[in-house]
Ligand binder design. Structure first.
Ligand code: B16
Ligand code: MG
Length: 241
């Protein structure tokens, strides 16, 4: 994606792009899995990769509830708090050695395409570890705004995280494109009246406006089409979701 887009950008309205982190920029699902599995092992039940799919895009607290439900484990709120800290300690140890090599294919090309075309981009992630991860992979200073699990009161599928990101970019929600790998994230983007691009299995992310298997599929012609679609995307009348 070396070229600038052909259209006269002056005729286009301000567009913003919002990226989910885990599953779009980097694949941290494998580390989350290992950290949760360590806890499941301790409780004495099996936690499979299939189970792990249920936790993608879900907040840490909600993930614990799902895990306990899988294992049919009942514990007190105080124990839950301790376990959440333990899980995060396990997870931080696993991601401590992450480097730029773990950035997923197509990400850097897409970021440089956006920069060349003066399109601002933000992060919109459920992860409270997002700043730490972005620093590890050397992308922390690239984003115009970073909105993560520390900034929201309502988790995806609520649109809050993406609406805050659009606000920080000073771009209208209906002029934003969201790249997401999780069902809850696609629902959040749709609820925010943004154009949703599912990254992953189209059958799973069937509510996305578009899907790609990987960001490497975003050729220049694809991006041109996408930007023109956003340019023509009218705001949804108020009150309609
Ligand atoms: P943390 P995303 C999400 O990040 C992950 O997909 C999800 O598996 C994780 O439970 C959640 O962040 C919270 O992460 O424990 O680091 O706060 O996909 O929204 O970027
Ligand atoms: Mg994700």
């Amino acid at each position: 994606m070396q070229l600038h887009i052909n259209q006269n950008r002056k005729k286009m309205r301000e567009i913003g792009v919002i990226f989910d982190l885990d599953g779009v920029i980097v694949d941290t699902a494998k580390y989350h899995y290992l950290a949760w599995k360590k806890l499941a092992d301790k409780f004495g039940f099996e936690f499979t990769l299939e189970h792990n799919e249920l936790l993608k895009g879900v907040s840490r607290k909600a993930s614990l509830e799902i895990l306990l439900e899988i294992g049919k484990v009942i514990i007190s709120d105080a124990e839950k708090e301790k376990i959440l800290v333990e899980k995060n300690t396990n997870y931080l140890a696993l991601i401590n050695d992450m480097t730029a090599e773990e950035i997923l294919p197509g990400v850097l090309d897409l970021l440089s395409f956006l920069e060349k075309n003066n399109i601002k981009y933000a992060l919109g992630s459920a992860s409270k570890n997002a700043p730490f991860i972005l620093k590890k992979i050397g992308l922390y200073n690239k984003f115009s705004a970073i909105v993560d699990g520390n900034h929201v009161s309502k988790a995806k599928p609520d649109p809050e995280v993406f609406l805050i990101a659009a606000n920080r970019l000073q771009v209208k929600p209906h002029s934003c494109i969201v790249f997401e790998d999780a069902i809850a994230g696609i629902e959040a983007a749709n609820a925010a009246d943004m154009i949703s691009i599912g990254v992953g299995d189209g059958d799973v992310l069937k509510n996305a406006n578009y899907t790609v298997n990987s960001l490497t599929e975003l050729e220049i012609s694809y991006m041109e089409k996408l930007l023109s679609e956003v340019n023509n995307h009218e705001a949804r009348p108020r009150g309609i979701r």
